[in-house]
Ligand binder design. Sequence first.
Ligand code: HEC
Length: 296
Amino acid sequence: MRTTASLLRLFLLLIISIILMEWVYETDQQWAMLTEPIYWIIIGTVMLFGMAFEICIEALRVILFKTLKPEQQASYLAKEVYRKENQFKWFRVTYLKMLGNDEDIEEKEIILDHDYDGIRELDNNLPPWWVYGFYASIIFAIVYMVRFEVLNDYNQKEEYEMAVAEAKIQVEEWKKTAKDLVDVNTVTLLTDASDLNSGKKIYETNCIACHKSDGGGGIGPNLTDEYWILGGGVQNVFRTLLEGGRAGKGMISWKSELKPLEMAQAASYVISLGGTTPAEPKAPEGEIWQDENTPK
Ligand code: HEC
């Protein structure tokens, strides 16, 4: 019993510490700290100290017990027995009360008169847990009625819209940290100065040999005009970088050279060159690219 109790205490400690940590550790993401190693280190330390403390206390009791005189020991043990018998008494009593068990009632006192083909019925009291549950549901219903039917707090459509708006914010947050996961379908035009700067660096390291530093074109086509061989817009440019140009033309796939995020940055930088006037523009190649959805 003592060990159960001490385990219970430790478990409580764990729960309380989790709640405290969640409260102290401020993030938008709930329970985010559960993924932090430092958190588990702290919890582990606390638990270890807790256990050590329990063991010390127990040892102290044993030592103190040994110093007692025999009759004192006997009275101590008697008290212990009494304590154990009464442990959780309140809980046990309440539990039984909630079940509504009343063993003193004789069946014949509460049996109902009617008899359906030998099937008879006892007029038992409803178990209190059931009755309280029933009352609780009535209160719930009233509150619900007033809140949603009278005061029109919000309806299902609004609730749905709120959830979607919230989810959209979360997706945006997630995208900020998950840029590296972009692919042809999810790539979007990056407009942050930092992304465009990275894009520029990537472009200057890898691309100017064929496209010139101002994008005017050389071996590769002019990237500043609105004519595109392989399609304009960030998605097509990203795909061109990912898969390369037409066979034998010289534009390789950059898949093994650049990470997805880097390709998205380079593609966004290429798009940002659109409309500028290079020193020696190469004649347009391909078709005029128009897409309302993809800004050029
Ligand atoms: C070895 C030369 C070479 C290098 C280096 C090169 N390209 Fe190209 N690029 C080309 C050629 C050639 C084409 C035309 C491909 C075709 O016709 O299919 C092209 C096509 C393109 C296109 C498509 C243009 C259109 O009109 O559809 C884009 C966008 C592009 N390159 C971007 C880049 C970027 C960004 C880099 C650097 C990461 C890069 N290229 C590096 C040669 C090169």
